[in-house]
Design a binder for this molecule. Structure first.
Ligand SMILES: Nc1nc2c(ncn2[C@@H]2O[C@H](COP(=O)(O)OP(=O)(O)OP(=O)(O)O)[C@@H](O)[C@H]2O)c(=O)[nH]1
Ligand SMILES: [Mg+2]
Length: 375
């Protein structure tokens, strides 16, 4: 069932209006029924019986794992902009219609393209739906939307693979790469907290020795989350810092080491060589390291993220993705385009600047939020 249809159904006036005049598009801001931010006071929830009590973190930070289904977990509210673009106006096309028509299919196609789902994926989806309509498998507009939903879930399920920390590695080394401002350092801070709260001994390596204040930024996350940061300061050799950090992490029996690196454009050959060197240096101490090359991509740059992902993958052998800034963008469909192009595991999505705004990627939950669907 789709929330945007339910809302229109509930409001008889809106249905009448839909037959007489165009319905006002769904606002980009969150509908009132869904909380935008974790509220300080209890408020009406879709599931009032589940009143989440955030676990108290051991080191005085914020909780990492928002309880499912509660006020904290409103992925829907975080993805409001992409959802608005995808579902806006669909209700007026669907309601009161018994037949699927070209207008509806074209509208879906346009919305997928505008959300940056990408030409190939969009055409495949539309071709599949059209085929099923002509075979009379899909008989009404709602069945068509359900089929769209299932198709989108199927596309993402293969890449929804969590990042598993191997307890046999001491430490499990995660090398974090990406272009400037993608959200690497923020993601590392969030990951540090997540793994520390899961009971792992975590250390962070301040491998971004290039940008002013990069080390301090990581140290601030470390201080906030109670995670140790190994740093040498600006201007030091990045590979050297990371090498030393791995030695220190081994000596101290750390479970997880997460290495930050300076942001670089995939077109900057020299800088790409530098990060390759960081990777090689890690392997000198532990031939199996790094155990994860995590590429952080900013969803808000849409299709531009695609080329970056391809180039970083060619240079470094990326093993997992984090897609950030899915909160302020209407381009959340880029997740489909990236998946089609690379098929790389999506480990997490970033939906805000706070520690709890890093969510493990789950295909059905994500598409539910994008299409305002309730499974
Ligand atoms: N809204 C939102 N902002 C984010 C997210 N992730 C990161 N940011 C913000 O994006 C900005 C850049 O984040 P950084 O973590 O510094 O990015 P970086 O990749 O380390 O940047 P460089 O070190 O310059 O290469 C900061 O203001 C973050 O707070 C997210 O998921 N959502
Ligand atoms: Mg950084």
């Amino acid at each position: 069932m789709f929330g945007f249809l339910r809302r229109f159904r509930r409001d008889d006036k809106a249905i009448e209006a839909s037959q007489a005049e165009p319905i006002a598009p769904e606002p980009l801001t969150e509908p009132q029924a869904e909380p935008v931010e974790p509220p300080a006071l209890a408020q009406e929830s879709p599931q009032p019986s589940i009143e989440p009590v955030p676990p108290s973190p051991p080191q005085g930070g914020e909780p990492t794992e928002p309880p499912a289904g509660g006020l904290w977990s409103s992925l829907r509210s975080k993805l409001a902009r992409t959802r608005a673009g995808l579902t806006e106006g669909l209700a007026s096309l669907v309601l009161g219609k018994k037949q699927i028509d070209d207008e509806l299919l074209e509208d879906i196609e346009t919305r997928l393209l505008l959300a940056d789902v990408g030409m190939e994926t969009t055409q495949e989806i539309i071709a599949d739906l059209t085929r099923r309509v002509s075979r009379k498998e899909l008989k009404d507009p709602e069945a068509l939307l359900e089929a769209l939903y299932e198709h989108m879930v199927r596309l993402l399920e293969p890449v929804a693979q969590p990042l598993v920390i191997d307890p046999g590695r001491k430490p499990h080394v995660i090398l974090v790469v990406g272009i400037n401002g993608a959200g690497k350092t923020t993601t590392i801070g969030k990951l540090g907290q997540r793994y520390a709260q899961a009971g792992h001994k975590v250390m962070l390596a301040a491998g971004d020795t290039f940008r002013a204040a990069a080390v301090e930024q990581l140290q601030a996350w470390g201080a906030r989350t109670g995670v140790q940061v190994i740093a040498q300061g600006q201007g030091a050799d990045s590979a050297g810092v990371v090498f030393d950090a791995l030695q220190a992490a081994r000596a101290r029996g750390a479970d997880v080491l997460i290495a930050d690196t300076a942001g670089r454009l995939h077109t900057q050959g020299g800088l790409m060589e530098e990060v390759k060197k960081v990777k090689r240096v890690l392997a000198k101490l532990d031939p199996s390291a790094p155990h994860e090359v995590l590429l952080v991509l900013d969803a808000s740059i849409g299709q531009n993220a695609l080329n970056q992902a391809v180039q970083f993958n060619e240079a470094l052998g990326v093993t997992g993705l984090v897609i950030t800034k899915l909160d302020g963008t209407a381009k959340g469909g880029i997740v489909f385009a990236i998946t089609r192009r690379l098929g790389l595991p999506i480990r997490f999505i970033g939906v805000g600047e706070k520690a709890e705004d890093l969510r493990p990627f789950a295909a059905r939950e994500f598409v539910d939020a994008l299409l305002d669907h309730e499974s």
